[in-house]
Design a protein around this ligand. Sequence first.
Ligand code: GLY
Ligand code: MN
Ligand code: MN
Length: 488
Amino acid sequence: MTDELTPETPAEEEQPIKQRKNGLYPGVSDELAANMKSGWADTELRELEPIEQAPNAARRRAALSARFPGERLVIPAGNLKTRSNDTEYSFRASTEYVYLTGDQTDDSVLVLEPRADAADGHEETIYRLPRSNRENGEFWLNGMGELWVGRRHSLAESEALLGVPCKDIRELADVLKEATGPVRVVRGHDAGIETALTDKITAERDEELRVFLSEARAVKDAFEIGELQKAVDSTVRGFEDVVKVLDKAEATSERYIEGTFFLRARVEGNDVGYGSICAAGPHATTLHWVRNNGQVRSGDLLLLDAGVETNTLYTADVTRTLPINGRYSDLQRKIYDAVYEAQEAGIAAVKPGAAFRDFHDASQRVLTEKLVEWGLVEGPVERVLELGLQRRWTLHGTGHMLGLDVHDCAAARTEAYVNGTLEPGMVLTVEPGLYFQADDLTVPEEYRGIGVRIEDDLLVTEDGNRNLSAALPRRSDEVEAWMAGLTK
Ligand code: GLY
Ligand code: MN
Ligand code: MN
């Protein structure tokens, strides 16, 4: 035992993959060490049912196996990331790992190992940290021990929950070292795994794996659609929470809005799916305003773009632009109603068989017509659209796929996504906006500092679409009535 005021560590060969310090720590007497080994109840859970999405995840792994026969596929969940010194950011497992397992445990890795005859598919294994060893003191002397970070599932429990054989992660380094034949890994989540495979992988082949998993996620199954609806429903409640505390936000800052929405996200879900954009006044013209440290003023607009992420990690992505005092001014309403009209046109273009670009084009056309009508850009509309001149004020694309990632399927090939066709089961946002920067000298002064975006989450159905976020009013008079009802 050392006298140093640092954590004790178990013997070298028994250390888990990562040591974590826990601040100051006194030495341990032999008697205490012996005492801590025993007197603990058997808490093994023996009657576990598989998680709800286990069959869905199994189907996804089967599709992956069929796409890459005869190749070893490595999909890490990722590791904890240091925030500062010995504290970590809250962990969020990689989207690819969650999609293929339904699990979210840090330091886990899914491996698909080809059977001797490639036609027989793959053996599936999840490598992960087992329960902490009590004999060697790891459970209380190591920062990754369960006494510090909480009980983990045993390997047997994990197998029962996930329907995949589980092994100790500490065996994986040797397995990968000895692996022969083609290997692919999903990069960017676990540097240790990538280093262990460095002589066996290429960026190009790994990218093909990432692209496949991105495209595979485009059409959602019934479980995923249910989760996305839950995410949206919580988000709707979060928006209501915000409206109810706008007076408190006025007395403090945009942070009050961020904190209020986060409370709903944390209580009903896992987290927010992305940094909440709580943009009051001219901040609404900054597309990803997440500093949220500005003043909230009566008479200004609040652009709130926020989404709850469920406990299964599916996220909503919703925007409303609200009059902070409950009523749009004439100019705010004119701009808002134009964006609403553009969104209506976009939503009408979301249907199976339509090109993905159609809803963007439909929205852009309406916005362009308005900009020409208001004299902000010289027509005709066709010329403006052809040269893209409206983009000075429309700034971004009109929507994107939504799922485990807010910008889901981002690695998909252009032909499969942006130049692709909508199919039933796809979920996407429709989110046109108009933004007049505070320093834009090309528009009349009264427009400057106004930003409006309206964003909803749409499921493509067999015969059109369903607006998952329809519970949140969009039309300007309905927004006002909804706000009045929440604040009276
Ligand atoms: N919240 C980011 C986006 O709307 O795409
Ligand atoms: Mn979006
Ligand atoms: Mn958004």
